[in-house]
Ligand binder design. Sequence first.
Ligand code: FES
Length: 157
Amino acid sequence: MKMEDKIKKILADYRHAGREDLIPVLQMIQDQFDYLPEEAITELSKEFALPPSKIYSIATFYNQFRFTSKGKYHIKVCNGTACHIYGSEEILREIEKQLAINPGEKTNDGMFSLEAAPCIGACGLSPVVRINSDYYKNTTAGEIKEALQSYRNNEEQ
Ligand code: FES
């Protein structure tokens, strides 16, 4: 099924949706495509009678939405309460600095994408970062910086 048809199928269930349905619809679209494609924002804009810029700004407020497909290495920084207390913000800033991207974005070479996620269920090991299937527990900005470098080195070999 084409992307456009998939989006229409999701929206068909929300024919008379109110604005309170916008977040659940965004979640369904992200579940389907793994990110929020521009085409979906355009369709939502018609359906909810909101300008695309408004939809982007609402979605940006909720850290879990992505506007690009995932990179080869998808980095999930837990930003739940426990991880926040133990320094997830510093880790996130370090990754943003290293990769020059913000949460919801992907590096130009397609290698890394970044997400600031709500609790990923390992609070006793906070702060926690997940890169693809690798978990970094009780981690630090320095350890993650080294990990990014080693993913890069592996690619260059
Ligand atoms: S708050 Fe990070 S794993 Fe729960």
